[in-house]
Design a protein around this ligand. Sequence first.
Ligand SMILES: C[S@@+](CC[C@H](N)C(=O)[O-])C[C@H]1O[C@@H](n2cnc3c(N)ncnc32)[C@H](O)[C@@H]1O
Length: 233
Amino acid sequence: MSTQDVRPRRLRRAIESKKLARQEYSSYRQFIRDHYDGFAGKLTGFTGLVTGHAALAGRLIRPRAFDVRGCKRILDAACGNGRYSKFLLRWADRDAFITSFDLSQRMLKRARRRLHSPRVSQVAADLMRLPYPDGYFDAVVCGWVLEHLPDPRPGLRELARVMQSGGKILLMATEDTLTGSVCSRMWHCRTYNRADLRRTCQECGLRWERPHFFTKLHRLFKLGGIIVELRRE
Ligand SMILES: C[S@@+](CC[C@H](N)C(=O)[O-])C[C@H]1O[C@@H](n2cnc3c(N)ncnc32)[C@H](O)[C@@H]1O
């Protein structure tokens, strides 16, 4: 390996947050809950607008991208302020229900304020232990939460457990790129290597079907993080 390959990796590692790696998961989890309950969570509404992510969410949840038409039980995992649920509501069938959960009660409150819909229900829960029966959902959106787990496997296995066989999932995770490392530092999370995550998903019974990108520009420059459609085997 050349020094040219090693230097960016060192820089990425130097920038990346070490918070998750350096403490017990139980205290990290408490920290993250407080983090999103507090000012950082409040800020997600503002940062979503400024970075364009609130609108870009709509580029992913639509018929030509992650198509939820025909799905009746849809899960928004770690829904945050509900920016993905908003587009799920827009495109899902009228008789479809959207179930969402988050670790942070305040984020759920923010999502409720945004959505105002009897077709969406919210509950506080941890991705590592979901309060839903086996095979319940036919579609899942899991955005930018896997990076808050020390090991993705328990979370991915839980998602696979609550999904119907053949169900689809839109998974988004912070990638081990320079911009990913900056995000990791800002949001106190880890990053994932795309090839490693692909192997892990496969191990958990989630087949890697196709990558998605917010825009053509994101596709061209491989930006925006890991966004992939998976299929429950
Ligand atoms: C970066 S935000 C993403 C929110 C939303 N999915 C989106 O893309 O707009 C991460 C969310 O994950 C939640 N979270 C972190 N760890 C979690 C866990 N173990 N179980 C459930 N939610 C968790 C946080 O409270 C926060 O709302």
